[in-house]
Ligand binder design. Sequence first.
Ligand code: GLV
Length: 348
Amino acid sequence: MLHLTIRLIQQTFRLRSTVTQVVMEKPCILATTLGAPGGIYKCFAPCIEKHFTIIPYERFVQRKEDFADKIQAVFVWGAVALKVDQNLLQSLPNLKAVVNGGVGVDHLDIPLINSFGVKVSNTPHVVDNATADIGMSLMLASARKIVEGHDFSKFRECDDFPESSLGTDVTGAILGIIGMGRIGYKIAKRAQGFEMKVLYHNRNRRPESEERAVGATYCASMKELLQRSDFVMVVVNLSPQTHKLIGAKEFAMMKPNSTFINISRGLVVDQDALVDALRKKMIRAAALDVTYPEPLPRDHPLLSFPNVIVLPHVGTHTVETTQIMVERMVTNALAAVTGGQLPDEVKA
Ligand SMILES: O=CC(=O)O
């Protein structure tokens, strides 16, 4: 009888504490969502769960006291779902790393995070091709009015193809790239295939051999690049130096038939100045993967222009790239929990 009672108690305990037991088996990460709620858990959870127990942020918020001391890494994807602030850092006593999916870490206060003895990592290199591809996609889509053409096919009220459907040539045009890091370089390489003339402006000039390899010409002044380019593509990191780098003065320098493309961060551009430039037809069109806020409110003026394409920050969103990003995040998180060197540590 006593034996039976003990078995019953054990069974009940086992049932009630399943979650806790699972949590204890592997180190825990606090995961925030990628894009649509639940996105990463559905698609990429198996890769993460080989090594970690995932505590979705929503679950953490409901049961902080159960999870707080078990979480050793936080997975974040940009600033969309979670601010890693003093409050969160204070509530996770065993946190070792904030692991960012993506290369830009402008949403993370690295000195603050480091002050808690917590390291930060990102996923450089692996995002370069996908992000360069989105830049090229936006340029081509805007030049050739792909979105308008699609809307015409789907929603037209008559079959007359309007004159306004005429696009502009990419082949042979001048592309000005602002920010010649790894992604800018990949864009220049792709632009060669379109026989474009590539200008670039960057804090540091790249070696001449690299310029020759992608046929890019350095413009020491951004003004010269803006005045000469048919397509201006912004690929800089967001920093205090690049905050609203492109504003009214810069739009006024651009050619009236030029296209403005932003694949870096929304805050690199003064959005009100962009709206104004479009209203006054100071530029031909704009194509944006990034805005502020993200996503834009549906009644935002930028969404009312037929010559503006707005994407919801999907530069890295391919199955292949995201898979590699997640693998990289896991590698960094494992290094952090085992006390090793983070391969992609970002220092303040
Ligand atoms: O926005 C995407 C990234 O930072 O990689």
